[in-house]
Design a protein around this ligand. Sequence first.
Ligand code: ZN
Length: 82
Amino acid sequence: MVSYKIVRCPFCRGILAVKVGQKTKTCTYCGKRIKVSSLKALALAKDSKEAGLMVRFLKAKEAGLAHELYRSEKLKDRAQRI
Ligand SMILES: [Zn+2]
């Protein structure tokens, strides 16, 4: 059962978790009121804990941290070969 969706604020591009069925949400980043129904869900989560994890993951991905992780993995690989 999906009870949360992860959306992007159209004003500041911040990533937010919104309860499914909720029509509007005040952005925690810029304070603007967002019409949730007009937004595409980036991800779906079954509870608030999962929603929180999704938000964290998507933010890290956006900040390029996922890429950083990948790069350090490659470096590790190379170091082992030497
Ligand atoms: Zn915002």
